[in-house]
Design a protein around this ligand. Structure first.
Ligand code: NAP
Length: 287
């Protein structure tokens, strides 16, 4: 739990959190502490590990706990939508929710990953026009990434999945490939890892072999722990422009705080949060 408050027992301390299956890897409490400190928000950010068959009961419990809001992470960003009272038009279009606001015992779903991903691309100075992207994995994060790329001028997207039939049903207008076909995608500019492959603690795996990564100019890994996954190490060794998911995490967290507290936070704040997160990470080897 991470708390920012002079008087933790006082009733103006707001409760926030993260729901997901396994949260030992999460940097969200640290990021939200930094944001709350910077903006003078008195709050506590808890980690709520939820078992696979308990999501609906967990949400019901949260509705009754006077919590302002939670983030949602792997593997619940898609499934959680069916248990919410309302889902924003944007999140419906994306097909995933990563931020929930609780108001008067009702749960409202939003998607801020979309914005976080866009902020990361801006930070990398990537112009999407005329670019072609390969996405690895067909989960909740892939939904946000695909929507952002389409909304911002990408020329073509190919999606690589372990389960082509299921991916074809969800991403009807994309080229869907199996991992054994990923080597064929040679004319593409960027490769984006939207799988948890390589995430702490399973850091010795990479979703695709290094020779495939070498076919691209840009590599983005949504994973931020470890800061350099094997995927990004191979990308660096092959000379690609590469980035991990920490800037995206900072961007989506800032947007979540805007929704929970009904405030506007200047765009430059994500830069400051990111810089402080990197500093904190250097000091604290756990992240
Ligand atoms: P998710 O909904 O569980 O989906 C992940 C997808 O990855 C799965 O649907 C699956 O796609 C594929 N996958 C899962 N395990 C795999 C494995 N062992 N090998 C190969 N592919 C595998 O998770 P998510 O919410 O999309 O998150 C995906 C990753 O992005 C996580 O590491 C998460 O931490 C990260 N993320 C980071 C940020 C950020 O702010 N930086 C934001 C969102 C997500 P197929 O079945 O199609 O192969």
């Amino acid at each position: 739990m991470s708390c920012i408050s002079d008087a933790p027992e006082s009733s103006d301390v707001k409760l926030y959190g993260l729901i997901g299956e396994k949260l030992g890897h999460s940097f969200s409490p640290a990021i939200h502490s930094i944001i709350m400190q910077k903006l003078g928000i008195k709050g506590c950010y808890h980690l709520f590990e939820v078992e696979r068959d308990s999501l609906s009961r967990a949400l019901d419990g949260l509705k009754h706990l006077n919590i302002k809001g939670v983030n949602v992470t792997i593997p619940y960003k898609v499934e959680v939508m069916e248990y919410l009272d309302e889902v924003s038009r944007e999140a419906k279009g994306i097909g995933a929710v990563n931020t929930i606001c609780f108001r008067e015992k009702k749960a409202y779903g939003f998607n801020t990953d979309y914005y976080g991903f866009g902020m990361m691309l801006d930070k990398m100075n990537v112009d999407l026009h005329h670019k072609k992207a390969v996405i690895l994995g067909a989960g909740g994060a892939a939904n946000s990434v695909v929507r952002y790329l389409k909304d911002n001028g990408i020329k073509e997207i190919a999606l690589v999945s372990r389960n082509k039939d299921s991916a074809k049903c969800r991403f009807k207008d994309l080229g869907i490939y199996g991992y054994e076909e990923a080597g064929l995608l040679r004319s593409f500019d960027m490769i984006i890892n939207c799988t948890p492959c390589g995430m702490h603690p399973d850091i010795d795996v990479c979703p695709v072999p290094p020779d495939i990564i070498g076919n691209f100019s840009y590599a983005i890994d949504l994973i931020y722990n470890p800061s350099e996954t094997l995927f990004l190490k191979y990308a660096r060794e092959k000379g690609l422009t590469a980035a991990n998911g920490l800037y995206m995490l900072a961007g989506q967290a800032v947007k979540s705080q805007e929704l929970w507290n009904d405030i506007d936070i200047p765009g430059s704040t994500a830069d400051e949060i990111y810089a402080q997160s990197v500093e904190l990470r250097v000091k604290n080897s756990r992240f």
